[in-house]
Design a protein around this ligand. Structure first.
Ligand code: ADA
Length: 571
C-alpha cells in the first residue's frame, strides 16, 4: 500500500510488487554484454520491494545488480511507470530500449510510455548501490549500505488526456483561506481534445470548466477560491481536506491541512500558538526489511511514538515513505524531512564539487515535490553534520536554501550542525538544529550547559540570536538487556541516565524550542573489518535507540515517556 487513502477512483493502476528476476553484477559486465536485451539465465528471484542485503548470501553486497519483470498489457494503452524508490543509480529499460537514468534513493521517478502495444514486455532495471565520495550519502555514512528497489513499482494506465500534476497552495488569514489549485492536464493524443475539469472537496463540487489541449501539449488550469472558516490542522488536531480533480477519463486526489507556520521568541508557532517539540529521530529501517519498510510496521512505530508522548519526528536522514507521512498527518504530528547528505566525515573538497551539488539540488526538488501536500511537514532540512565552519559549506548551502525557498516558502528551512560554536551557516536558516553527544562522545552531560551558553553568544554575534534552536541529536548507546546496579557505558541504565539529564537541561533553556533524541530504534550500522569508522557499534548496530531494532523498549524509553508525557505541548 502506497498511501492510506485512494489517490485515484478512475485511473487504474497495479503494483508490480512480488518476485522479479535478479542477477548481481559484481564485475559490471552487464552493460557490455547487453543484459538489458538478453537477461542472464542464472538469475535468482528477488522480491520487490526489498533490500537485497536481507537475503541469504547477499548481506554485504554493494554494487551493481539487475532486475527483470515481464509485464502483460491487455490492450494497447498509454502507460505510466513509477518507481517509488530505488537506491543509488538506476537505469530502466523496456524491451531493450533505455527509458532513462535516475540518481537518488528515497524519492520516486517515472516514465510515461505512450501507446504501449498489447502483449508481453520486458522491464529491466540496472541498479548500482555503490557509495563513493560524490554520492549522497558518501561512502562514510552511519547506516547500512543497502541496495535494491526499496519501494513499490507502479504501472498506471493513462487516457489520452491525463492529470499530470495537481498542486494546492493557500494563504491563511485567521481561519479564512485563499486557495490556489493548479491542475496540469497533458495530452498524449495526436489531435486536439477537450475535457471537463471538475474539482470537488469532501464530495462537494467547487469548480468546473472546459479545457482544450492541443495535440501532445499540456495546459495548466489555475483555480482561485476563497474558503471561510476552515478547520485548522494542528498538533494533535489532524483536520484534513481531500481535493479531488476529475477529467472525463482521469482523476487525482490530494490531501492537505490548513496551518500557518512561523517562528517567534525562539519557538515554532503553528497557527499563532507556540509548540514545544517533543521528538525522536527515526530511521525507516528494520533488520528484516532494511529500508523497504512495510506499512504494517509503520503503524507500530506510530503507536510506540504516540505512547512515548512525542508530537514530532525527525525523518533522519532521508525522505520517508508517503504512507508514514499520511499517518503523521492523520495524528497531528510534526515532521522534519531531509535529504541524505550526511556529513560527519564529508571532506570539504566534496562539498564544492559540481556533481555533488547538482545531486543535492535534485534531491531537494524531489523531496519537496514528494512531501509537498503533507501538513505534518514543517521543516525542510538540507544537510546533517557537514563541516559548517567553512566558506565551501556556506557557498553550497546558499544554493540549497535558495532552492527550497523558491519551491516552498510556507515552511521552515533548517539543518543539523555538529559545530555549533564555530558554525558560519546560522544566518542562512530559519531554525538551527544542534547535534551533540555530551556524556557519550565527549565529556559529561553537564557539558551541554556551557556549550549552549557559548552557542547563544555565538548566535548573537552572527546576527542569528533570535532563531529557534532545536536539539536535533543527543543520546548514547544502551545494549538491550544490559541492565545492572550501576550505570556503565553501553548499559540501559547509563543510556537512560544521560538522555534524561540532557532533556532536563534543554527544557530549562528558554532558547531551545524542542528536542529530538538520537534515536527512536536501533539501526544497522556500516561496519567494515578493515574500516576505521564506527568501530564502537556493538552487534554492528547503532545502539542508541530508545527501543531495540525489534521495537522492544529499553529503560530509556520508559524514562523519556515519563518526561515527555508530563511536558505541555506549548511553552
Ligand atoms: C550523528 C549522526 C547520526 C548518528 C549519530 C551517532 O550525529 O547524525 O546519524 O551517526 O551521530 O550515533 O553517532
Amino acid at each position: 500500500m502506497l498511501r492510506t487513502f485512494r489517490e485515484h477512483h478512475i485511473r487504474t493502476s497495479e503494483l508490480l510488487d512480488g518476485p522479479w528476476d535478479f542477477q548481481k553484477d559484481p564485475c559490471n559486465e552487464g552493460l557490455e554484454e547487453k543484459w538489458y536485451e538478453r537477461f542472464p539465465q542464472a538469475a535468482q528471484s528477488m522480491y520487490v520491494p526489498a533490500c537485497w542485503n536481507n537475503e541469504l548470501n547477499l548481506y554485504d553486497y554493494e554494487g551493481v545488480a539487475w532486475y527483470r519483470k515481464t509485464i502483460r498489457i491487455e490492450e494497447t494503452q498509454h502507460v505510466r511507470l513509477i518507481f517509488h524508490a530505488v537506491l543509488g543509480h538506476s537505469d530502466v529499460y523496456l524491451d531493450g530500449k533505455h527509458l532513462g537514468y535516475h540518481y537518488g534513493g528515497y524519492t520516486p521517478f517515472e516514465f510515461v510510455i505512450p501507446s504501449l502495444t498489447a502483449g508481453e514486455h520486458e522491464l529491466v532495471v540496472r541498479t548500482d548501490s555503490t557509495l563513493d565520495r560524490l554520492t549522497i550519502p558518501t561512502e562514510h555514512v552511519d547506516w547500512f549500505h543497502y541496495g535494491g528497489i526499496i519501494r513499490s513499482v507502479e504501472l498506471q494506465r493513462l487516457p489520452d488526456l491525463y492529470i499530470e500534476q495537481l498542486k494546492i497552495d493557500y494563504e491563511l488569514n485567521g481561519s479564512d483561506a485563499d486557495v490556489l489549485i493548479q491542475a496540469r492536464i497533458r495530452s498524449l493524443s495526436q489531435a486536439e481534445l477537450t475535457t471537463t475539469l471538475t474539482l470537488s472537496e469532501g464530495g462537494r463540487e467547487i469548480h468546473s470548466e472546459q479545457v482544450t489541449v492541443d495535440a501532445g501539449q499540456s495546459v495548466s488550469c489555475k483555480v482561485r477560491l476563497n474558503w471561510t472558516d476552515v478547520r485548522l490542522w494542528n498538533v494533535g488536531q489532524p483536520e484534513l481536506y481531500s481535493i479531488h480533480a476529475r477529467t472525463d477519463l482521469d482523476d487525482k486526489v490530494e490531501r492537505i491541512g490548513f496551518r500557518r507556520i512561523e517562528t517567534k521568541d525562539h519557538r515554532i508557532l503553528i497557527n499563532g500558538t507556540p509548540v514545544y517539540l517533543k521528538g525522536v529521530n527515526r530511521h525507516e529501517e528494520h533488520p528484516e526489511w532494511g529500508f523497504a519498510f512495510p506499512p504494517k510496521l509503520m503503524h507500530k512505530d506510530l503507536d510506540i511514538i504516540l505512547e512515548l508522548g512525542c508530537n514530532s519526528v525527525r525523518g533522519s536522514h532521508y525522505p520517508q515513505s508517503p504512507y508514514w507521512l499520511d499517518l503523521l498527518d492523520e495524528h497531528g504530528i510534526v515532521f522534519w524531512s531531509e535529504i541524505p547528505m550526511w556529513g560527519a566525515f564529508l571532506p570539504n573538497e566534496t562539498v564544492s564539487e559540481p556533481l555533488f551539488q547538482e545531486r543535492a539540488l535534485s534531491m531537494i526538488g524531489e523531496m519537496v515535490s514528494l512531501h509537498y501536500h503533507h501538513p505534518s511537514v514543517v521543516f525542510w532540512s538540507v544537510h546533517n553534520e557537514i563541516d559548517s565552519r567553512t566558506q565551501e559549506a556556506y557557498g553550497m548551502t546558499q544554493h540549497l536554501v535558495r532552492l527550497v525557498k523558491e519551491l516552498d516558502a510556507s515552511r521552515l528551512v533548517t539543518y543539523a550542525t555538529m559545530y555549533p560554536l564555530e558554525d558560519v551557516l546560522l544566518p542562512l536558516f530559519d531554525v538551527v538544529g544542534i547535534n551533540k553527544y555530551y556524556g557519550w562522545y565527549e565529556g559529561d552531560v553537564d557539558g551541554f550547559k556551557a556549550m549552549l551558553q557559548q552557542f547563544h553568544e555565538h548566535a548573537e554575534r552572527m546576527g542569528a540570536g533570535d532563531k529557534p534552536v532545536l536539539m536535533t541529536e543527543f543520546g548514547g548507546a544502551g545494549i538491550f538487556g544490559d541492565v545492572g546496579w550501576e550505570p556503565r557505558l553501553f548499559s540501559e541504565d547509563y543510556q537512560a541516565q544521560i538522555v534524561t539529564e540532557a532533556l532536563a537541561i534543554f527544557r530549562n533553556d528558554p532558547k531551545i524550542g524542542g528536542t529530538y533524541i538520537w534515536q527512536f530504534a536501533d539501526v544497522r550500522g556500516d561496519l567494515k573489518s578493515d574500516g576505521k569508522y564506527f568501530r564502537d557499534r556493538a552487534r554492528s548496530f547503532n545502539n542508541k535507540g530508545l527501543v531495540n531494532e525489534y521495537r522492544k523498549p529499553k529503560q530509556s524509553f520508559r524514562e523519556v515517556r515519563r518526561m515527555y508525557r508530563s511536558w505541555n505541548d506549548q511553552t
